[in-house]
Design a protein around this ligand. Structure first.
Ligand code: SAH
Length: 369
């Protein structure tokens, strides 16, 4: 099913947004995304079952256990690099259904002292997903704590992971027109919600780099909450030792382009159609996140492609070990999962890993050949 062929359907949230925009004027794409994804009652993450074969999209830890296991070993190594503190925060941003944390903690069993020292914090806004995380981790004998925001996690040495978290933070878009840049907004036309442009230029506080002569119609995207969060993470890692591993899909270098997209039932869906019923994401601009962390005084490594990162951490050896003694069908499944998360034609190239670190630590594993 493609967007253009889909019948136009609506949601209560769409009706309310149309009424609001008619009375008050267009809203930013960030405000639209925030409502469509996180509205306390009708938001996509609050009201739907987003992740997994029965949901709308799937993620690396849902595809292959090897993803979380290798990251678990990376975290154990990082814990040793920060001096094996007797107490530290193991933080995950946006844990989805809890698969990544489950695999991390299973792999970390080889260092019981790591597990004894870890206080597990899950940063999650969706009550539904918190429930799923609790159920899954309880079955594995783990009792995490939850926070609404990273800022609410108490200060301590910190190891943090975030997979497919930054891509769902609300972005703003700016479009090049004859006279400069204009913010792209969500307004209404006779058919319903429709993109439009602000009548006046953006405030000078919006930093839109002139990378090369922008053509009329070029779009620049800014992830303001993502960049603010990088500042918070960098500050925390400067005050207390630790590392953050951020994995997501996106580009190594800043560029112009419209990457806003919506996915429903594993297929593309029109971004402005039936908000609350589909996922909406944008590519992560890793160059901006790297620069931001560095400017705040933290060390930053990467980004490297997910495929390279996982191969350097031992994907092939882990796959061989797991497959040994398995039936041909089970071994084929394990291979298919590992291939999907690492091959450049699938998730291995588009997805990237970035590490933000306390300034004085050794280079983390996986970021250099
Ligand atoms: N990391 C998981 C799920 C990714 S989906 C995986 O790899 O499978 C994004 C997750 O981030 C969901 O759990 C969503 O509810 C959560 N989330 C999105 N924005 C958030 C925010 N601002 N604060 C806390 N959690 C958020």
């Amino acid at each position: 099913m493609t967007g253009s062929a889909s019948p136009r359907e609506t949601t209560p949230l769409e009706e309310r947004l149309i009424a609001l925009i008619k009375s008050r004027g267009p809203i930013s794409i960030a405000d639209y995304m925030a409502d469509a994804l996180f509205h306390p009652h009708d938001g996509y993450y609050t009201s739907q079952t987003p992740i997994g074969a029965k949901g709308d999209f799937t993620t690396s830890p849902e595809i292959s256990q090897i993803f979380g296991e290798l990251i678990g070993l990376w975290l154990v190594q990082s814990w040793e690099d920060i001096g094996a503190p007797k107490a530290f925060n193991l933080v995950e941003l946006g844990p989805g259904r809890g698969a990544l944390m489950q695999d991390i903690l299973r792999a970390a069993r080889l260092r019981p002292a790591f597990l004894d020292a870890a206080r597990i914090w899950l940063v999650e806004t969706s009550g539904r997903l918190r429930h799923e995380q609790q159920r899954r981790l309880r079955d594995a004998g783990i009792a995490p704590e939850w926070a609404d925001r990273f800022a609410d996690v108490p200060a301590a040495p910190t190891l943090l992971v975030a997979n497919e978290f930054f891509d769902c933070l609300p972005i703003r878009q700016f479009m090049r027109v004859e006279t400069g840049w204009r913010e792209r907004l969500v307004g209404v036309d006779e058919k319903g919600l429709a993109f439009t442009l602000a009548e006046t230029p953006p405030l000078p506080t919006i930093d839109i780099p002139e990378m090369h002569a922008a053509a009329i119609g070029d779009i620049f995207e800014v992830n303001e909450p993502g960049e603010a969060l990088i500042d918070e993470i960098a500050r925390a890692l400067i005050e207390r030792s630790g590392r953050a591993l951020i994995i997501d899909y996106g580009h190594m270098q800043s560029g112009y382009g419209d990457t806003l997209q919506s996915i429903r039932r594993h297929a593309h869906w029109p971004v402005l159609n039936a908000p609350g019923s589909a996922d909406i994401t944008a590519h992560v601009n890793f160059e901006r996140l790297f620069t931001r962390a560095f400017a705040a005084g933290a060390a930053a490594f990467g980004p490297v492609s997910q495929g390279e990162f996982l191969e350097r951490l031992g994907l092939v050896i882990r796959l061989e070990r797991l497959s040994a003694g398995k039936s041909a069908a089970e071994a084929a499944d394990l291979f298919a999962g590992a291939h999907r998360i690492s091959s450049s034609s699938q998730m291995g190239e588009l997805f990237k890993a970035l590490c933000i670190s306390s300034p004085s630590l050794p280079e983390p594993a996986g970021f250099r050949p």
